[in-house]
Design a protein around this ligand. Structure first.
Ligand code: TXA
Ligand code: MG
Length: 337
């Protein structure tokens, strides 16, 4: 890609989007693959590029909270409260769509996922497009793979297939948005993410439903197993069993990278076949680095990525969720309460 199509030229990106082209852009969570929602062929191209089934809805990104009733209808009070508190930010609200949101964007459903991203480049791009414009943007990766958290990741994975990449630096959250659906004023987390369960409950002064990872029947693509996965087989082990597994793989002669976060996890002896990598031991830093770390070790062609299971603590909910889905050996159960 030339510098013309890889950089910071927001006006050029808006011109391309208006012409129905596909532009990857940064958000605070991960990079998105953007198309003008009013352009049907651009929206269809997103599904083709991502190799994503047509019935998996796209999130609609817009800039002005006053236009929430323009893009959706029958908005419950609980949704307004969350929008006012957390937008711009890593929260997607699932609401009945208005006629301004085409069905192709929502995978044929009458509900739409909406969010205002907290990134200056994304907001500048949306403003440049115009107030009643919105961008459909799934994460800028192929279906089922790890989401990109830098512009370089997008270029590596999709460079040849898209028209432009806006570079806004590394994403500060690093995991996708929290997705919340409503039944009346009861909020349900459909995908844990950048906004925690506890933070949602504080604003709503009540319980927020969170169906457990393994028995969720909710139809979001993020709820398929083997999602958010690196190509290298990834195994998650609790701290106490991690070292034993490392030894087994060592005996088999496999090249293994171990991603640990605790002091206990760190006492694993390194040998010629085993590399230990120390992840941040608090959730915010861990989330920010996770996807970039998985990509890096995927490229280094290890036989296995071994991950020390995160603490059983609500702050780590989204991280545990993504690791469960990435793992070919999900851990028995996280409780988080
Ligand atoms: O942080 C994020 O949400 C990123 C950035 C780019 O904004 N986007 C993202 O999009 O993660 P995507 O397409 O990779 O994942 C969106 C999830 C999917 O699992 C999709 O099924 C669900 O949101 N979703 C979107 N609209 C929905 C709807 N109307 N009903 C149910 N689920 C919906
Ligand atoms: Mg995705």
């Amino acid at each position: 890609m030339t510098s013309e199509v890889f950089g910071r030229n927001i006006a050029a990106a808006a011109t391309r989007l208006r012409a129905g082209e596909i532009v990857a852009f940064p958000t605070e969570t991960v990079y998105g693959l953007g198309a003008d929602i009013s352009n049907l062929s651009a929206v269809r191209r997103i599904f083709e590029i991502k190799e994503r089934p047509l019935n998996h809805p796209l999130i609609v990104h817009f800039a002005d909270i006053a236009l929430l009733p323009y893009w959706s209808q029958e908005i419950p009070d609980a949704a307004w409260k969350l929008a006012e508190r957390f937008w711009p930010g890593p929260l997607t609200l699932i609401l009945p769509r208005s006629r301004h949101v085409p069905r192709d964007v929502t995978g044929g459903q009458d509900l739409v996922g909406l969010r205002i991203p907290d990134h200056p480049v994304a907001i500048a791009l949306l403003n440049e497009l115009g107030s009643k414009k919105a961008l459909a943007a799934p994460s800028a990766n192929r279906f089922g793979r790890v989401s990109p958290t830098t512009a370089a990741h997008v270029r590596e994975e999709l460079g040849g297939a898209i028209d432009m990449i806006l570079d806004g630096g590394p994403c500060k959250v690093g995991l996708e948005s929290t997705i919340v659906g409503f039944s009346g004023d009861t909020a349900t987390i459909l995908r844990p993410g950048g906004i925690s369960l506890v933070a949602l409950e504080e604003v709503l002064h009540g319980e927020v439903v969170f169906p457990r990872v393994n028995n969720s029947t909710v139809r979001v693509s993020g709820s398929l197993s083997s999602h958010y996965a690196p190509l290298t087989p990834l195994e998650m082990w609790k701290t106490e069993t991690l070292w034993r597994r490392v030894r087994e793989l060592e005996v088999e002669g496999l090249r293994t990278v171990v991603l640990g976060w605790s002091e206990m996890g760190a006492i694993i002896p390194e040998n010629n076949n085993t590399l230990y990598f120390s992840m941040p031991h608090e959730a915010t830093g861990y989330a920010r680095e996770l996807y970039a770390t998985l990509r890096r070790y995927d490229q280094e062609k290890f036989d296995r990525i071994l991950v020390e299971a995160p603490p059983d603590n609500p702050a780590w909910l989204a991280i545990a969720d993504r690791l469960q889905r990435a793992s070919c050996r999900p851990i028995d159960k996280f409780e988080f309460k």
